[in-house]
Design a protein around this ligand. Structure first.
Ligand code: GAP
Length: 508
């Protein structure tokens, strides 16, 4: 019997397990933590690397039309001018003058409270799956305190960015519950600034990249000139990105330092971009499913045409059911020739390509699938976290927590156990097999404690297979027991069968 944990406690359970078992720690924890930054421990770094390696393998190595790149984090500041980030990469923020807390104005919602046609005050809430319910409760409380009789009109929440200037002083601060301390929304620049070189003046200002994509555009010409690419082709990059997010939150979902896996897929200007966009949406969805996300937890959010940037032809976000709600995981945008044309104009270098097939010269258009590593990791943890009940060594039913990671991305692929640690003949065979498996995959050896407890420890960190060396192994036919983490079923296999099985599950 398996049942996912109730959603209201799921995030807490995941955060707790990540800390307890060494997946993810708050950054600088010995100094009280540092908001928006996280450190990945021994298991976290394995999971993270496996996600990145699987993505790279599937998007770069197993395709003939995509090349890889690793560009520098700090690039010429003119790149960010050309891309529009220097002038436009900001979020609307609102400050509470009393509490000194800062909110993203598009994550702060408010509504007038109207009783029998009379506005008796306002309520405000921070964006959450329960925001409507919280606002309605607050409105009912306001009505009760104001001792108003009659009909309370429905609460219709609006983003604070849509508030009229005369409403700023009337909307209560979520921090204090009182009106009068919120400022008007102001644009807050998200790029981290730094200084490069010995001069400390404005000419030394540079930026930590807020996306890896611009490194691709900046190198597009190099790759066209040195590689053997032909349209359509893509350039892929995995790397760190930095954003001074106003409200980093929901664990690693929105942080200030994170990692992206981005592709710029260059196509002819007259290509059927709608069909190619659809192809990318399907490829990306299938990839998420291939690393263990249930297809039914992934949905599509098609951006309304009137909300798109002027250069954008279409954007569809792949959404995932995170513990805190259905949110963006992977953005897939058709960005026309905007970025390359901007760089052509600002750098003075031609961004045209000669299309051998059509004998035409043009600046290609681009489709951009852009995915966060950390967000993928949170999605994977969300999908994998399970609590169920299984019999223990004595046949009594026990609660267990397990992470149902796909073998492709699990930190440890298998754990090897000698049935008893005080039997040298078992230990010797187990250690030999462990060393052999370790040459191929990241595997774990554990000899201590009751076998049931050893299984549970591995279940909790998502190790898909347990391999036990028992007396049958050494006294009879050399077979070992192979235990499946999810079903707990065990079967005997030969060493040859074991390697074949693992190869299929892990590398298939
Ligand atoms: N080049 C396009 C671009 O960067 P984006 O929608 O801003 O687009 C793409 O970011 C992806 O990067 C998001 O879908 C998300 O997975 C991830 N991402 C963005 N901001 C993030 C943050 N603050 N923390 C973690 N992941 C983030």
């Amino acid at each position: 019997m398996t049942a996912p944990a109730p959603s209201e406690t799921l995030m807490e359970a995941i955060v707790g397990l990540c800390k307890r078992r060494g997946f993810i720690f708050p950054s600088s924890e010995i100094y009280g933590g540092y908001n928006g930054f996280y450190d990945y421990g021994p298991l976290g770094v394995e999971l993270r690397n496996n996600i990145k390696q699987t993505w790279w393998r599937d998007m770069v190595h197993r395709r003939d039309d995509i090349e890889g790149l690793d560009s520098s984090i700090i690039m010429h500041p003119k790149i960010w001018k050309a891309s529009g980030h220097v002038d436009g990469f900001s979020d609307p923020m609102v400050d509470c003058k009393e509490s000194k807390l800062r909110y993203r104005a598009d994550q702060l919602f408010f509504s007038p409270v109207i009783v029998e046609g009379e506005t008796i005050g306002y309520v405000s809430v921070i964006e959450s799956p329960e925001q409507q319910e919280i606002a309605e409760k607050a409105a009912a409380e306001l009505k009760r305190k104001a001792a108003k009789q009659g009909n309370l009109e429905p609460i219709v929440l609006k983003e604070y960015t849509e508030a009229k200037p005369e409403e700023y002083a009337l909307v209560p601060s979520p921090a204090t519950g009182k009106p009068g301390s919120l400022t008007a929304p102001r644009e807050f620049k998200l790029m981290f600034e730094t200084k490069v070189g010995p001069l400390a003046d404005d000419s030394a200002v540079a930026y930590l990249r807020p996306e890896t994509a611009q490194g691709i555009f900046a190198n597009y010409k190099n790759i066209v000139d040195t590689g053997r690419v032909k349209i359509p082709f893509g350039i892929a990059q995995i790397g760190k990105a930095f954003r001074n997010e106003i409200t980093p939150r929901n664990f690693i979902f929105r942080s200030r330092e994170f990692e992206q896996m981005e592709i710029e897929y260059f196509i002819a200007p007259n290509a059927d971009w709608r069909a190619l966009h659809r192809e990318w949406i399907d490829t990306c969805t299938d990839w998420l499913v291939s690393i263990g996300l249930p297809r039914e937890s992934v949905s599509e959010d098609i951006h309304a045409e009137d909300k798109l940037a002027f250069y954008s032809q279409a954007t569809t976000d792949l959404m995932f059911k995170f513990p805190h709600g259905i949110q963006e995981l992977w953005g897939i945008a058709c960005r026309s020739d905007y970025d390359l044309k901007q760089h052509q104009e600002h750098s003075g270098k031609s961004m045209t390509i000669f299309d051998e097939a059509t004998k035409e010269k043009y600046v290609p258009h681009v489709i951009e699938p852009s995915l966060g590593v950390d967000r993928t990791l949170l999605a994977v943890l969300t999908a994998a976290y399970t609590e169920d009940e299984v019999p223990n060594d004595k046949g009594q039913v026990e609660k267990r927590t397990l992470l149902k990671f796909s073998p492709k991305i699990a930190p440890y692929k298998a754990a090897i156990f000698p049935l008893l640690k005080n039997k040298p003949e078992l230990v010797e065979v187990a250690e030999k097999l462990y060393k052999k498996l370790q040459r191929r995959w990241n595997v774990f050896y554990d000899a201590s404690g009751a076998i049931g407890r050893r299984y549970r420890r591995q279940d909790e960190i998502g190790t898909p297979f347990g391999i036990t060396i028992d007396f049958e192994t050494i006294e009879k036919d050399g077979t070992v027991t192979l235990r499946d983490r999810d079903t707990t079923e065990q079967r005997r296999v030969t060493e040859e069968e074991l390697f074949k099985f693992l190869e299929e599950k892990i590398d298939g």
